[in-house]
Design a protein. Sequence first.
Length: 416
Amino acid sequence: MKEFLTVLSYTFWENTRKKSFIISTVITLLLTVAVISLPAIITYFDNKDKTEQGAQVDQESGGIVYVVDSGDILKEDLKQLGLAFPNTKFEPATANDVDALKDKVKADEQSALLVLAANNGVPTFDYYVKQAGDGADPAALSRVIKSIFVTDLLTTAGVPAETSALAQTDVSFNVNELGQGILNSRISSIVMSLLLFFAIYFYGYGVAMSVASEKTSRVMELLVTSTKPSKIILGKSAAMGLLGLIQLSLVVLVGVLTYKLTFPENFAIAGQTLDLSGFTPFSVAMIVLYFILGYSLYAMMNAVAGATVSKAEDVNSSIMPISMIALAAFYMGYFSLLAPEGQVSVLASIIPFSAPFSMPSRILADNVPAWQIGASLVALVITIVFIAWLSIRIYSAAVLHYGTRLKLKDLLKMTS
């Protein structure tokens, strides 16, 4: 145990003092603050734009809309249009004036031309402006004209004005979700899946670099003579995992603090508000547990990859197979989020290599059955024990190898 703690302590403090760790931590925390502050920035500028637009509307005298009512839809009464658009002046015109008015509108962005007609008794209109966006909103014009037309029909049919107004009232509604919000869970699941992947991959890579660097400096020869290889691989993996857990905790802590201080109240995307309600004590515990287990799985493999090379520059090529496994597992879990209850999603959350990226996200997005969580954890622990046993054997044989990078067949010969 003393040997394990010695390796752990040495590796932990050695990597903590590195400039790369300090810089990456600072940059990650700044990015976390920036990303979570985005809604507040968006809300600020959105409110500023609305204020400026409101002030601009108040200062404008309003444009002119020339109305040619060929279908007698408005009954020569433009009062309703004037009430709906108080900043716009509506002037009647005849069909003979259309060409002249088009030329006038083409030269003046403050004017527009509305030509009304009837198609099988249903109102229709052409709206002419100098450029799209000029003049009154055509969609709003359509709603007002429809209201005038329907009111006239109902009045002609003898329907009281109160009933006519009631019949045209928009039906208000509220969507109340009894489960987890789809948007909330989808966003939090994607973010958590990405965060876990980069954390596990980055710190697993750190284990490989640590082993390879010490081989280059011949520190490993001193370690092996005084410490068992199994203690070295376990100690280094635990140290980098502890470092990763601390950094991940800092990111989460800063993220939650930024959320509390800056996140605007009732901020919504696609009509749904965003919050952190999916992060319950149970889900947070599962996230931490899966990070530890997922990191342990990939750290064991990365430590062996680091032991198979003689130079730190060769680490990237040695961990390529591990990187491919990690990427395939991540994308399997990522795309399964589109259907959290689907068979692919269940499979991804149980397969040990993809479970660390898939299961925490599913827990945030859906109510996962207990048996699936249990099966996932059991499969992951069994795989970690097997990979650790195999990695220790390979590591013990390869750690003092110098020269060309060991291939898989060479590693198998060493352990046979």
